[in-house]
Design a binder for this molecule. Structure first.
Ligand code: GLU
Length: 441
């Protein structure tokens, strides 16, 4: 059965880059009728925070990307210890004692000599006595996985056939000196034991994948199908990581972006298929194909989310936003009319507040100097409120009779006097919502 997972580390809020990973894995699972696991990668007790676990769930819920079950790495430490013992027993795991400074020095030397900075495996040559001495002097060492120095190959779902020479990769540290199991091992144990069949993640994980394939095989498992999506850049190709704060899912949400605007864009951005706005996450399944995504960095412009959000709002019924409309102060008996008028004229939902203020308190009138007398005349003809659907037609007809103005010269100054804006909804629908008109002329 197809099983995928989204595996964030709860060390911060999820951002648009993570969202792509979550969405692709969700789509693969749902498309196959399989299982989508939310796996919390919380093996680092210092950096993992419970508030981020909650926030990740809340963000996924808001997006409508529901998971079938949650797994937590911090509850599975005994499984990782068991895997580590197995690797030790097979002679694929060795303790190394170099300090970070020593490793740094080795790397610099290698680079000076024009060699790739790969760990030289000096620890493999240590005798038991030397290890005892180092342990006594420096405390416990780190544990490295001994790679088989051959080519590691896999057919990547996005990048195509990949072949990496294991000799060009350092033996990965899987357990830190303080005993903390690292993600590289934990992830492999989880993927194998949870029957994960497909892993989609960012292309910053390609080297990890090479080493993880060998670890999985050493532990007797079968590697899942891997696909590595390109990293997102800003609109000019600049690194997005510098602006991650701006692009967290919750910040986009706070700025009024609609979840389906975000999902519709992300489900196609960087692929050969056009972006189409869909109503719900399930509608994205049709036509989703991971092999249509390209390897080069994908440009992402958050501004693209706003026209899409505006279109989502145009198709949104009152029932879906009634609470928000009520919170803006709109009385229930006006809500239907208010929403019908306003939804075609906003980019994000937050703009409803400004519209209600305009209707309930009146707008600052915009009156050209040459129109002052005209507006004064027109205001004298404005019937007493409350105004109705018929008011605009009757009023403009009376103003036309009195002043002789017609067409744009008649309607535009009146619209600007009433709403303060040159553009906006049909004035015959605006009038019944207006409580106050401040124009005097
Ligand atoms: N916790 C890892 C990360 O957030 C998961 C990577 C993976 O999908 O294996 O980068």
């Amino acid at each position: 059965m197809t099983t995928t997972r989204f595996a964030p580390s709860p060390t911060g809020h999820i951002h648009v880059g993570n969202l792509r990973t979550a969405l692709f894995n969700w789509l693969i699972a749902r498309k196959a009728g399989g299982t989508f696991i939310l796996r919390i990668d919380d093996t680092d007790p210092d950096r993992s925070k419970e508030e981020y676990v909650d926030a990740i769930k809340e963000d996924l819920d808001w997006l409508g990307l529901h998971w079938d079950r949650v797994e937590r790495q911090s509850l599975r430490l005994d499984r990782y210890a068991e895997a580590a013992d197995k690797l030790r027993g097979m002679g694929r795991f060795y303790e190394a004692f170099e300090t970070p400074t020593e490793l740094d020095l080795k790397r610099k030397k290698q680079l000076n000599m024009g060699k790739p900075p790969v760990y030289d495996r000096a620890a493999l040559a240590l005798s038991d006595a030397e290890k005892d001495r180092l342990r006594a002097e420096r405390g416990a060492g780190v544990w490295r996985f001994k790679l088989d120095q051959q080519r590691i190959e896999w057919p990547d779902g996005i990048l195509g056939p990949i072949s990496i020479d294991a000799a060009s990769v350092s033996d990965p540290v899987l357990i830190r000196a303080d005993g903390q199991v690292l993600y590289t091992l934990a992830s492999v144990v989880d993927d194998t034991e949870m029957g994960v069949t497909h892993v989609v993640r960012g292309s910053d994980h390609v080297t990890n994948t090479a080493t993880q394939i060998q670890i999985i095989e050493a532990l007797g498992g079968t590697p899942p199908a891997f696909a590595h999506h390109s990293l997102l850049t800003g609109p000019q190709g600049e690194a997005l990581s510098k602006r991650l704060g701006v692009l967290s899912i919750r910040q986009l949400r706070e700025r009024g972006v609609a979840p389906m605007a975000l999902l519709s864009l992300m489900a196609r951005l960087g692929s050969s298929q056009p972006v189409e706005l869909h109503e719900k996450p399930e509608d994205l399944l049709d036509g989703f194909d991971i092999s249509t995504f390209g390897a080069p960095p994908t440009k992402f412009d958050e501004h693209d989310l706003f026209p899409l959000t505006a279109r989502v709002l145009q198709g949104t019924p009152l029932s879906a936003v009634a609470d928000r409309i009520r919170a803006a102060g709109v009385p229930d008996d006006q809500a239907e009319r208010f929403w019908t008028v306003v939804r075609d004229n906003i980019t994000t939902l937050d703009e409803v507040d400004g519209w209600w203020t305009m209707f309930s308190e009146g707008a600052d009138p915009a009156i050209e100097d040459e129109d002052r007398d005209f507006i004064a005349e027109a205001m004298a003809l404005l019937p007493e409120g409350p105004w109705t659907d018929a008011t605009w037609g009757e009023w403009t007809a009376a103003v036309k009779d009195k002043t002789g103005r017609k067409g744009k010269g008649l309607f535009m100054p009146l619209r600007k006097a009433v709403t303060g804006q040159a553009h906006g909804p049909d004035m015959s629908q605006v009038m019944p919502l207006m409580r106050v008109i401040r124009a005097k002329g």
